[in-house]
Design a protein around this ligand. Structure first.
Ligand code: SF4
Ligand code: SF4
Length: 337
């Protein structure tokens, strides 16, 4: 399919068309002074001067908490009723290319040795409309992890901003079907319609992903005292993991009484001290540097080895939210030597 065009005003028609077909339209909006992904009803709610929404795209297919089953103890025994997975057709408008690329990481882990249906059933219903970045901040570093504002991994449709609208490039079958299904909302690209220039964040000097991976693969480096020095200020709050689009750890717990309750799947974080606490009281990651080291190894050694991708897309969210300004690129630089 050739490129199409949609004006910013024309988004109202697209939103109405998506809603009329039973879907929901999610986009970056200003909510209590923060830009977040949220369902919208009109184009006027959508902001366009944002770097990245505060929350990660991941929560659309991997919600912070969800009920998997309900249990009840009766005179006749225990009943466990699974809760049906609600998967709605969802359009995500304005995901940044780094965020769209994080889908590859999530897909790898949720379909690796077990198909996690709570994720995959929702993800199948999502159409990602990524929007090339015309601005970056000091925390963006996608170019350091071999991505860029022009990357298309994970996107179904790439959008490129123009003066008054967007040039629309379908990339996948899902994206082409989406544009066809809502064809009344799109027009051909008028002559002279120009894409705004995309802005590449500067590469972080000194980071070499190959050397970094090689170093992490060598076991003597695992117990290098450098880890403790570099991560000493980490307070283990978990904000980096919750905001990261590729972090995916969760816990399954029963909440309720001995007589009734819910089995829930909740986000968890490897930065918490009880994350690997054994029933015996032993904790293999008993200090914070070991927990930070685990997160770093996951992204730059385990992911590349197991899934042939990096677990970090350079979105910079973990740097923006960290209360002690621990910058992951400082560790990437140090570990590249
Ligand atoms: S580790 Fe940080 S920069 Fe990398 S994807 Fe996660 S939040 Fe973004
Ligand atoms: S956000 Fe910062 S302080 Fe909190 S766990 Fe992550 S690195 Fe540590």
């Amino acid at each position: 399919m050739t490129d199409k065009y949609i004006s910013k005003d024309g988004l109202n028609g697209l939103i109405a068309s998506v809603k009329a077909s039973g879907g929901r339209f999610v986009a970056p909006v200003l909510d209590t002074r923060q830009v977040v992904y949220k369902e919208v009803s009109s184009a006027e709610e959508i902001v366009d001067d944002y770097i990245l929404p505060r929350n990660s795209y991941k929560e659309i297919a991997f919600p912070q908490t969800e009920i998997l089953a309900k249990y009840e103890l009766t005179r006749d025994g225990v009943t466990i009723d699974p809760v049906e997975i609600v998967a709605r057709d969802t359009v995500v408008f304005g995901a940044r290319p780094c965020e769209a690329a994080s889908l590859a990481s999530l897909n790898s882990v949720f379909t690796w040795d077990f198909i996690d249906e709570t994720f995959t059933k929702r993800q199948e219903k999502v159409v990602v409309l990524s929007l090339g970045c015309v601005d970056a901040d000091d925390e963006c570093f996608c170019t350091t992890v071999n991505l860029s504002p022009a990357s298309t991994e994970g996107s179904d449709v790439a959008l490129y901003e123009t003066e008054n609208g967007y040039i629309v490039t379908p990339l996948t079958d899902k994206g082409t079907a989406f544009v066809s299904a809502h064809s009344d909302s799109f027009t051909d690209v008028a002559k002279g319609e120009e894409k705004k220039e995309l802005v590449n964040p500067e590469k972080v000097e000194g980071v070499d992903l190959t050397k970094l991976g090689e170093r992490l693969a060598k076991s003597p480096n695992y117990d290098n005292p450098e880890w403790a020095e570099l991560t000493r200020k980490c307070c283990g709050c978990g904000a980096c993991t919750y905001s990261c689009p590729t972090c995916h750890c969760f816990d399954i717990i029963d909440e309720g009484t001995a007589f009734e309750g819910e089995r829930r799947k909740n986000w968890d974080a490897c930065q918490f001290n009880h994350f690997t606490l054994h029933a015996s009281g032993h904790n293999p990651r008993d200090t914070q540097y070991k927990r930070y080291r685990n997160r770093f190894m996951c992204k730059f050694h385990i992911y590349p080895t197991k899934f042939n991708s990096t677990g970090c897309v350079g979105c910079g969210r973990c740097i923006r939210v960290c209360p002690v300004r621990l910058d992951i690129t400082d560790l990437m630089t140090a570990m590249s030597s």
